[in-house]
Design a protein around this ligand. Structure first.
Ligand SMILES: [Zn+2]
Length: 744
């Protein structure tokens, strides 16, 4: 429903009372055939020949009575069961029917017919819920939301039992025709026109409505999914059968494909139709299933009502307290999805801004008082429309577009939900599924934004460093005592020369997380590495998508010591390839680095630097590199030393490399050496030619010579500078042996 009335009207009105289903209601409705005869030119448009046949299945054994809601000002003329009158009582707005004998078996399909007549009460609320008629307009329409279907027909006026299928037969003088749910056949019989509307989609009681006037059907066809579907626009012939009004309703041609596309879900009633029925007055519009009833023809209202076909009609709130499950969605599509797809960027931005600013500092999304339709839809202190829409906006900010719309898609097609009633828990489940893998929990978010009053402000502190930013967020509620609100907080960071990014920080009870990775430093300070160094003060919520405003934005030099910048993963792999060691590494980090140093050790304890590398970001927050080294010993060790922006550093794991081609170890003595060493060789090195290679610890070759093999070889070391050396022998079969010695 889209309401254009003002809250100040409410005080003069009498409350309608919500009726608890205290009557016997152990039945599941399968089908209604509703038949009424009306003349909108007659004051009050009384119903004659009213008849409702209900097919139902019992949901308990031994059912002796069933009940229906029906306003007691109406007259019940008879109740028929299996062709015969049965006894009933009609008081307190309830018809209670007693069967001649109990329906023994649970699940029995049976039917009952109630014949009635009377003049339904006119609405007494500012939202004209119920039965509206006007002799001056020669028109009438019903608006069953929230629980006023029972003003004009006996029904189970609840949010618990969708009806599988309905025939609604409206007989009027032939000058008029009726609008309704589903598809119509018309018949003129004598002075009357009989419009028979049939819908085979599940439908909530309050969505069963009809409107009567001198309608002209301005009909066109659009493609919904693969189906060419009629859009039937019932315009008042006397006043609105004009190019202007046809132009108004033509907007559906543009909006319908956009909704189908963003939801990746076909229009829900494509096998029947969509339509718009003209209704006098200036009360707004109601998303009658497959036929919006409207007194407003602006494109935003029509965009709102069309969205309801998915959210409200296909999936219907199961609780008037949570009317935001209908209205928050319709409002979000009206003010965000519709303009961002079909209006200019400036208009879309302005709509988002006005949506955000319309949410008060004290309102709740949840409607605590549902005692009247006015309190549901225009109650004070509750904003199911705009705050509900902002809940969706914040979820989209938290999840990102892809996951958010995937969640809506999954929610809309879920077995058990589609064409049935829904709940906050159901919506939460499909949103949660999208962020489960990142470790987020939306439980607090839903509780906070549905039930708590108001919104929040943030004191923002920031510290800019080379290629990075530290941000600290401190939240306060706008409504005293409301407590903490979990939420996403988008922050725009710029430097005016290429760097312009908006990060989305998730605030869960004062602990900040990165929305895209779920990463946290465990506190209310967070750090982002950037492609440049920011210079311009950050902007909180630059696109008006969350219910937070900045109370202050302050530069600070003292944020960086508040968190350490851990590296998520540093992997180092080493593999031997003949006499080479091939090293590869991958570093995952949000943080900026100065350099990566590859270090080597022969004992696993004493490392010396081999080479230094500039970090190369190979993909988002991922740095890869490679190097090679010669194999100089049976066992060698490598590690990475990662030097951060501030000069501090972290090490990778130590990687051990074993030369499996070596079969023995050289015996070198003395070690440490002074003037010479004696090397003992294994038998494979006792004959033929040998090559001797002597390197320092960095792998630099110091001496190379060819010599005759023998069991023991003396090598002069007098001229070597002190340090660690590697000596290597290669025999005629290309086998190698290594040894290490220290020159003093
Ligand atoms: Zn609405």
């Amino acid at each position: 429903m889209k309401n254009q009335l003002f809250i100040t009207l409410i005080s003069a009105l009498t409350a309608l009372t919500v009726k608890a289903a205290t009557y016997p209601s152990q039945y599941d409705i399968v089908y209604h055939r509703i038949s009424v005869t009306v003349d909108p030119a007659v004051s009050g448009a009384p119903i004659s020949n009213g008849s409702v046949t209900t097919y139902f299945k019992t949901t308990a054994p031994s059912i002796t009575k069933i009940g229906f809601d029906f306003r007691s000002n109406m007259t019940v003329s008879s109740v028929l069961y299996h062709g015969s009158s049965v006894s009933y009582t009609f008081s307190g707005n309830v018809i209670t029917i007693t069967f001649p004998s109990a329906i023994a078996i649970q699940g029995t399909l049976d039917s009952v017919t109630i014949n009635y007549n009377g003049t339904p009460v006119a609405p007494v609320t500012s939202v004209p819920s119920g039965y509206n008629s006007s002799t001056s307009n020669k028109a009438l329409y019903t608006l069953g939301e929230a629980y006023t279907g029972s003003t004009w027909w006996p029904c189970k006026d609840s949010l618990s039992d969708k009806i599988d299928s309905v025939d609604l037969i409206v007989t009027t003088p032939s000058a008029y025709r009726a609008a309704g749910n589903g598809l119509v056949t018309e018949q003129v019989v004598g002075p009357n026109r009989i419009c028979t509307w049939k819908t085979r989609y599940h439908i909530a009681t309050y969505m069963i409505n009809f409107a009567v006037a001198d309608y002209t059907n301005y009909q066109y066809t659009i493609t919904a999914g693969a189906v060419n579907m009629p859009v039937m626009n019932y315009l008042y012939t006397s006043s609105h059968n004009t190019a202007i009004y046809k132009g108004y309703v033509d907007v559906i041609k543009n909006i319908m494909p956009v909704y189908e596309s963003v939801l990746n879900t076909e229009y829900p009633f494509k096998n029947e139709k969509y339509g718009i029925a003209d209704c006098y007055g200036s009360w707004g519009a109601l998303e009658v299933q497959s036929m919006t009833f409207t007194s407003a023809f602006d494109d935003y209202t029509l965009a709102h009502e069309l969205a309801h076909q998915w959210f409200g009609d296909k999936l219907t709130t199961n609780d008037w307290h949570h009317i935001w499950l209908n209205e928050g969605f319709a409002q979000y599509f009206q003010q965000v999805v519709y303009p961002e797809n079909l209006k200019s960027p400036a208009t879309a931005a302005s709509q988002r801004s006005s949506l955000k600013s319309s949410v008060s500092n004290t309102s709740t999304t949840y409607v605590s008082d549902i005692s009247t339709v006015d309190k549901i839809f225009i109650g004070s202190g509750t904003q199911p429309y705009n705050k509900g829409a902002m809940i969706l906006s914040m979820l989209r900010s938290w999840l990102g577009d892809t996951k958010f719309f995937a969640a809506l898609h999954n929610y809309l097609i879920a077995p058990g939900l589609a064409y049935n009633f829904t709940s906050v828990d159901s919506l939460q489940k499909y949103m949660q599924a999208q962020v489960q893998s990142l470790g987020f929990d939306l439980t607090n978010f839903f509780n906070d934004w549905v039930y708590k009053k108001g919104r929040v402000t943030y004191a923002v502190k920031y510290q800019y460093v080379t290629n990075g930013v530290y941000i600290q967020l401190t939240q306060s509620p706008t409504s005293v005592g409301a407590g903490y609100f979990d939420m996403p907080v988008p922050i725009r960071i710029q430097n005016g020369s290429g760097l312009d990014t908006t990060v989305v920080i998730i605030d869960q009870r004062g602990k900040l997380y990165k929305s895209n990775t779920g990463y946290t430093f465990g506190t209310n300070v967070i750090y982002y590495g950037l492609s440049g160094t920011p210079t311009i003060a950050p902007v909180l919520d630059p696109n008006n998508v969350v219910l937070a405003t900045a109370s202050s934005i302050t530069s600070s030099a003292s944020l960086s010591p508040l968190i350490t910048l851990p590296f998520r993963q540093i992997s180092l792999d080493a593999a031997t390839d003949k006499q080479k060691v091939n090293l590869n590494w991958k570093i995952e980090t949000d943080e900026a680095m100065q350099s990566i140093v590859l270090e080597k050790s022969l004992d696993g304890t004493t490392f010396i630097p081999l080479n230094s590398f500039k970090p190369v970001e190979t993909s988002h927050e991922e740095y890869q590199g490679a190097a090679s080294d010669i194999l100089t010993n049976y066992v060698q060790y490598y590690r990475l030393k990662i030097i951060k922006e501030d000069g501090s550093f972290v090490y990778s794991i130590v990687k051990q490399v074993v030369d499996n081609s070596a079969t023995g170890r050289l015996r070198i003595s003395p070690n440490p050496a002074s003037n010479d060493i004696t090397i003992s060789l294994p038998p494979a090195f006792h004959s033929g030619q040998l090559k001797l290679l002597l390197s320092d610890i960095s792998g630099k070759l110091v001496k190379e010579s060819d010599l005759q093999a023998m069991p023991t070889i003396k090598v002069v070391t007098e001229a070597l500078t002190p340090g660690i050396y590697i000596i290597r022998f290669i025999n005629q079969n290309q086998e190698q042996l290594y040894g290490r010695f220290i020159k003093q």
